[in-house]
Design a protein around this ligand. Structure first.
Ligand code: SF4
Ligand code: SF4
Length: 432
């Protein structure tokens, strides 16, 4: 395959270096929690590693036990400290999955479907000025901070506006970048196996950051954080710091302490993921600054996020961990289960209906502590009732205000797939 983009060269070089350094010792397989859920055992380690290393060296598609392992890798990161050679096995599997997807992707036009779903969902929920702020940022102003929200978070915009209320309260001079036009490139690269196009998408987004001369780019989305902050961390040099917005809030926690003047008398259980434990710990630390609020504990789940990129890749393991979370959240001394990322929030809110567990996002609690009213989830009531037709009719005026005209029946049929990110499982064929 011609190496027609620097990212092709980068992934090729990195794959070869990992394949060269790996001794196939099996430590990463031994510690990996998805192994039994993928129908494998530690005794399969030699076969599994032989297949992964062969894909990294030759670019051949993953097959057999190696494919089972790599496809179920949920990004939990437990293997990273286990490797005696200093290899990051999470990155190793990310690269192997990418090389395999170059031959055959289960979701070949994922980006197109996802982009259409995101724009439609944003247009259903946002007033035009808010829509423009998230999806059409100004391009000429130099700005010290970019709040980079990625693509899919735009589906739950109330969380992002809550986070912006906190940045506003801190007096941060920032612009937002988000939506499909600001994709980090992970969809093309990892899911579609189009590394050259993924590289162009990554380059365009990173150049857009750099063109604004920011000191910091604060990301929201864990997938962007993983792709740009870990897998491609040494792909190209940048002139700005790239880190997660929760780290920025921790760095300014003394100022938040002064700003959090309204008590939020709740005992909360925080939902977080082992694969980005530092972000979960950041949020727990910020929540402890909220007066009246007590963090009862953290319900750690596997993966680095919920959803098709993370915990959903290993459904058996996810079911075990989710059952533990539900049990913890039902404890009599827990008032609320707190979500962290957009993808987790979108899944966990169903527990309100199915398990009678109240779920709020951490940004909601921070806004309340600031004495402000959190942004409303304008689709929540309709989603709970699953009255798709009424919801499709209700959002027509908001869609029209954003210049989008769609048939109500067509939209009502589409709603269940829009709310479950069905395109990540090959669905949402209406956008083929
Ligand atoms: S990141 Fe987690 S699931 Fe993936 S290989 Fe490592 S330990 Fe296994
Ligand atoms: S732990 Fe490291 S050296 Fe051992 S098999 Fe895994 S990646 Fe290779």
């Amino acid at each position: 395959m011609p190496l027609d983009h620097p990212l092709n060269e980068f992934t090729h070089r990195k794959s070869a270096a990992i394949a060269e350094a790996c001794t196939a010792c099996g430590a990463c397989v031994e510690i990996c929690p998805v192994i039994p859920h993928a129908g494998l055992s530690v005794a399969d380690a030699p076969k599994v590693l032989e297949g992964v290393l062969s894909t990294l060296k030759s670019g051949a598609p993953l097959e057999g036990p190696a494919a089972e392992w790599a496809h179920q890798c949920d990004g939990c990161g437990k293997c990273i400290p286990a490797c005696p050679e200093g290899i990051n096995p999470r990155t190793m599997l990310m690269l192997a999955n990418t090389k395999s997807a170059e031959h055959q992707s289960d979701t070949p036009i994922l980006f197109r479907k996802m982009a259409r779903a995101i724009r439609l969902m944003a247009a259903m929920q946002l007033a035009p000025a808010d829509y423009r702020q998230l999806l059409q940022p100004p391009t000429t102003r130099n700005v010290p901070v970019i709040f980079y929200v990625g693509c899919n978070a735009v589906r739950t915009p109330h969380l992002l506006f809550n986070a912006m209320y906190v940045l506003d309260a801190l007096g941060v001079d920032y612009d937002v970048m988000g939506g499909p036009a600001a994709c980090c490139g992970i969809i093309h690269t990892k899911w579609q196996g189009d590394v050259a196009i993924g590289g162009k998408v990554t380059d365009a987004t990173v150049q857009n950051f750099g063109g604004r001369n920011p000191e910091k780019v604060l990301s929201w989305c864990p997938s962007c954080q993983l792709h740009l902050g870990e897998t491609l961390s040494d792909y190209q040099e940048t002139s700005f710091d790239f880190d997660h917005v929760t780290k920025y809030l921790v760095d300014r926690e003394d100022e938040l302490d002064q700003l959090f003047t309204t008590p939020v008398p709740l005992r909360v259980l925080l939902h977080a993921h082992e694969g980005m434990a530092d972000l979960g710990e950041n949020v727990a630390r910020i929540l402890k600054r909220v007066p009246g609020l007590e963090v009862a504990g953290i319900a750690w789940e596997s993966g680095y996020t919920c959803g098709g990129s993370g915990a959903d890749r290993s459904p058996g393991l996810k079911a075990v961990k989710r059952a533990e979370t539900i049990e913890q959240a039902k404890a009599p001394d827990v008032d609320v289960l707190v979500s962290l990322y957009h993808g987790c929030h979108a899944q966990l809110v169903s527990l309100s209906e199915n398990e009678n567990i109240k779920v709020v996002n951490f940004t909601d609690l921070l806004v309340r502590a600031l004495g402000r009213t959190p942004r409303e989830d304008v689709l929540e009531a309709g989603r709970m009732l699953k009255d798709w037709h009424a919801m499709a009719a209700n959002v027509q005026s908001t869609l029209a205000a954003n210049g989008t005209e769609v048939d109500t029946d067509w939209l009502a049929d589409l709603m269940p797939e829009l709310f479950t990110n069905a395109e990540f499982k090959g669905g949402l064929k209406a956008f083929d």
